[in-house]
Design a binder for this molecule. Structure first.
Ligand code: GLU
Length: 419
């Protein structure tokens, strides 16, 4: 990440422009320019060798105007308050744009999970959960997986919360294993949502998706599953990459084989081979002459320094905040359509919402029902965003922010300022 980049500032600049386009005064939306609540905790962990290490943890609740706060928890060595603040705000806009009854939050622990044993990870997760417990709860704030966290971590969070309450509370966290109240389809939901958003966009553009080429940056839950589902639909995935290496095959990569390899190789693509495959750099991946670029890694990957090199027709943002505001302007000028994160990757939180509803109802939905409802929610949100995009001659990102901000401001106005 470039040194000057501040993700929260970046978010505010887009927000201010959306407010201006909606004709809002500063007073109309000033309350959503800062998060409602920010909690920073020190998480002591007794390491396997007996010494105690302190990790910094965060849980930031940006807004609860439309419902309980919702958003993932990430484990990453580079996270800080401004990043978590931005991620929390993006959750507010994401839940609003797809119109599910949640506000936004995000959490993080500053750590390198690849250097921690399973026991250390478990103790860290449990102590962090206990430390943020006063602000969690099915009606307060519901965490979920994000970068480097998964069902196993969610199970520890659910158990810690439940033990301290004295009874099982599955609805306190989503993205759980199926056996303890997880939803069918949640594991694939973000990738599936990305694919739906992409198909909806290509349909409007009058482009046939069969054999369209795709480059994927990031090979975690979103990148790998998104790529797999796109390939099943007939897209040709010509490039994939993770934190360790990037790979290119003009004839298309066998994504299923790469997923299997990465799972067995400590979540790394390093060393994966197949006929016709070659190593490229991350910069080359982003600049490939492909139809679709699918950033699914971290923030601030497409910047003013490299945006001009992008040759894709469409960018579908699987990651949160992969494109900086300066880069957006360059991409818009070049006529590249960007399907924004808050719409494109909302599938995960939509099925998290379905999971929470199933937990509250104590009733399990079948997978087709989950997937069909996800498709409907993404389609409805997409149509609303597309209409604002066309009617107001603004980018899809600006349109999505306008739809989202309007919903949040309306909710705030209806509730009024307390006291
Ligand atoms: N971490 C995911 C996101 O950024 C999912 C959040 C959730 O399901 O609450 O959207």
């Amino acid at each position: 990440m470039s040194e000057m980049y501040n993700p929260y500032q970046n978010m505010l600049e887009v927000l201010d422009e959306a407010a201006q386009n909606l004709g809002y005064t500063y007073n109309d939306y000033v309350a959503v320019r800062s998060p409602e609540r920010q909690l920073i905790v020190s998480v002591p962990v007794v390491m396997d060798d007996g010494h105690t290490e302190i990790f910094e943890g965060y849980r930031i609740q940006h807004s609860s105007s439309r419902g309980p706060c919702k958003g993932g928890i990430r484990f990453h060595p580079q996270c800080d308050v401004d990043e978590v603040k931005a991620l929390a705000a993006w959750m507010t806009w994401k839940c609003a744009v797809v119109n599910i009854p949640y506000g936004g939050a995000k959490g993080a622990i500053k750590c390198d999970p690849s250097k921690l044993s399973e026991g250390e990870l478990r103790r860290m997760t449990r102590r962090y959960t206990a430390s943020i417990l006063p602000i969690l709860g099915p009606e307060r704030d519901i965490p979920a997986p994000d970068v480097n966290t998964d069902g196993r971590v969610m199970a520890w969070i659910m158990d810690t919360y439940s033990m301290l309450k004295g009874y099982a509370v599955p609805a306190v966290v989503t993205g759980k294993p199926i056996e303890i109240g997880g939803s069918l389809g949640r594991g694939e939901a973000t990738g599936r949502g990305v694919m739906f958003a992409l198909l909806n966009t290509l349909e409007k553009l009058g482009l046939k998706h069969e054999n369209m080429t795709v480059a994927v940056q990031g090979f975690g839950n979103v990148g790998s599953i998104g790529a797999k589902l796109m390939r099943q639909k007939g897209f040709k995935i010509v490039a994939i990459g993770d934190a360790y290496c990037s790979l290119y095959n003009k004839d298309g990569i066998n994504v299923e084989a790469a997923i299997e390899y990465s799972a067995k190789n400590h979540k790394s693509l390093q060393g994966y081979t197949e006929e016709g495959i070659q190593m490229i750099t991350n910069a080359e991946l982003l600049a490939l002459n492909v139809d679709v670029l699918f950033p699914a890694a971290l923030e601030n990957q497409i910047t003013k320094e490299n945006a001009d090199n992008v040759k894709a027709k469409v960018i579908v943002e699987g990651a949160n905040g992969p494109t900086s505001k300066d880069a957006d302007e360059i991409l818009n000028k070049k006529g590249i359509i960007v399907i924004p994160d808050i719409l494109a990757n909302a599938g995960g939180v939509v099925v998290s919402y379905f999971e929470w509803v199933q937990n509250i109802e104590s009733f399990m939905w079948d997978e087709d029902y989950v997937n069909n409802n996800l498709e409907k929610v993404v389609r409805r949100a997409f149509e609303e965003v597309w209409k604002v995009h066309v009617d107001n001659h603004v980018s899809m990102r600006m349109a999505a922010y306008m739809v989202a901000l309007k919903r949040v401001v309306t909710a705030k106005k209806l509730r009024g300022v307390f006291p």
